[in-house]
Design a protein around this ligand. Structure first.
Ligand code: AMP
Ligand code: ZN
Length: 458
């Protein structure tokens, strides 16, 4: 529902400001989120970024927008170094895991979506793989070539960032980079690149033996990482769409390059709002696949419900870094269990409390202030409104939180021990044919707000 008095405000990295959100098309939002590079399991830092994307999407939908959510899967072209050198992560993954690059891509794409489902993250409306869009990428590069934005070196076709100036664009705008200062102060050798900020559009296979390579007007090779997003976002969302998302590390290179490509081709900055999720850290260091890393299955192996991780992520604002500790996950897990247990005693059929709902909308619409929204959830829980109304209100909030509070199974997993004891006693009574005792125990269980049902297997 649209709230005229509580407009949705979002932080736009481009403007470095919290601004009112206005969509290009009434009631519709085109949203592109940079997807995972599928050479390994996603770590819980990556997943924090997709939780941020999920919350934003839910908030947009709560505000009455129909969200066309597009996400790519990077299955080629992302090199181990941001400066266009080094191995392709997919080929590296293949070498280390003794599977073909194609098998690696499919395997970790599947694992990624399993993690997304465990965290109750809505699947994007459209998922597109870089390797399925080679023609679109070649066509995009040809267009840039025609417009005079490219040059070739011995290892590929590059984007000449200095050409943007003449068209009134500043390459450094998104990242607030001082491009001239960078160039002058650079001590590193940037090989045959003309400027430190130039980047590869197409890389030649050269002498490298590659599994993923394609013919192109410039020779056999593969697309650079940045062109895939510009080409696919344009194909599915057009020359200018509403929101583009990613992690904070994308600001200075990947997103700056996507913008440069779109400015060169279409004269637009690609999206009206650029939003970035901040890093998850461990011991104050960023979580990285090549460094300190924890994956979701490790949490599950230790007995945590993945939704407890979702809860933990929502305790901090997406624009602040979050330091992961097992203690903080324990606290999140306990809070979630307490919440589910309390709610399991409440009756259905209540009505959503308008006062709390209004406050909730105000908080989520203030640049997704989830820590404040969570605080409100606990205020509702402790308030003196009727239990049924509390339940209806929290279930309404859960459209954003995504804690599966309406899920009977998750409530069952937190059945108190004394109820389980009564159920066990009743089972024993039934086994002995003590039907009166069994019925008495059933009533006792019911008084505590639980229903016991006998399945085919007992
Ligand atoms: P990748 O699979 O490396 O392409 O990254 C997928 C997404 O995770 C991107 O949006 C990154 O910006 C984001 N990301 C990478 N590391 C972290 C981290 N430590 N915390 C939060 N997001 C991250
Ligand atoms: Zn991207």
């Amino acid at each position: 529902m649209k709230q005229a008095d509580k407009p949705l405000k979002l932080f736009d990295t481009w403007r470095r400001d919290i601004v009112d959100f206005e969509s290009i098309e009434k009631d519709k939002v085109g949203l592109y989120a940079c997807g995972p590079t599928v050479y390994d399991f996603a770590h819980i830092g990556n997943l924090r970024t997709y939780l941020f994307v999920d919350v934003l999407r839910r908030v947009l939908e709560f505000n009455g927008y129909q969200v066309n959510h597009v996400m790519n899967v990077t299955d080629v072209g992302h090199l181990v170094s941001d400066d266009d050198s080094g191995e392709d992560k997919m080929e590296k993954g293949s070498r280390l895991q003794n599977k073909s690059a194609w098998e690696i891509a499919l395997l970790f794409e599947e694992k990624f979506f399993e993690d997304m489902a465990s965290l109750n993250i809505h699947k994007p409306k459209l998922i597109c793989r870089a390797t399925d869009h080679i023609i679109e990428q070649i066509e995009f590069i040809q267009n840039l070539e025609t417009k005079g934005f490219t040059y070739s070196t011995s290892d590929g076709i590059y984007f000449d960032t200095s050409k943007l100036d003449a068209h009134g664009f500043d390459y450094g705008q998104l990242a607030r980079l001082n491009v001239d200062g960078l160039q002058a102060g650079s001590r590193v050798d940037f090989a045959e690149k003309k400027h430190i900020t130039d980047f590869a559009l197409w890389k030649f296979s050269g002498d490298e033996s590659r599994q993923m390579e394609w013919e192109s007007p410039w020779g056999k090779g593969f697309p650079g990482w940045h062109i895939e997003c510009s080409a696919m976002a344009e194909k599915y969302l057009g020359e200018l769409f509403d929101i583009h998302l990613g992690g904070e590390d994308h600001i200075s290179v990947h997103h700056s390059n996507e913008i440069a490509q779109s400015q060169a081709r279409h004269g637009t900055r690609m999206a009206n709002y650029w939003m970035h999720g901040y890093f998850l850290q461990i011991d104050k260091e960023k979580v990285a696949k090549s460094g300190k890393s924890i994956v979701l299955s490790q949490l599950v192996e230790k007995g945590y419900d993945p939704i407890a991780y979702r809860y933990l992520v929502l305790t901090s604002h997406y624009r602040s870094r979050l330091n992961f500790t097992w203690g903080s996950l324990d606290a999140a897990s306990n809070a979630l269990n307490r919440l589910r247990k309390t709610m399991s005693f409440w009756p259905d059929g209540g009505t959503v409390n308008k006062f709390y709902l209004n406050q909730f909308i105000e908080r989520i619409n203030k640049d997704l202030n989830m820590p404040q929204a969570l605080a409100l959830l606990w205020s509702v829980l402790q308030s003196d409104i009727k239990d049924g109304d509390k339940k209806a209100t929290l279930l309404e909030f859960d459209k954003i939180f995504g804690f599966k509070l309406d899920n009977k199974i998750s409530a069952e997993t937190t059945i108190p021990a004394d109820i389980m004891d009564l159920a066990e006693l009743r089972q024993q009574a039934r086994a002995k044919g003590d039907w009166a005792g069994s019925d008495r125990l059933r009533l006792e269980i019911q008084k505590s707000g639980f229903t016991i049902e006998d399945g085919k297997e007992g």
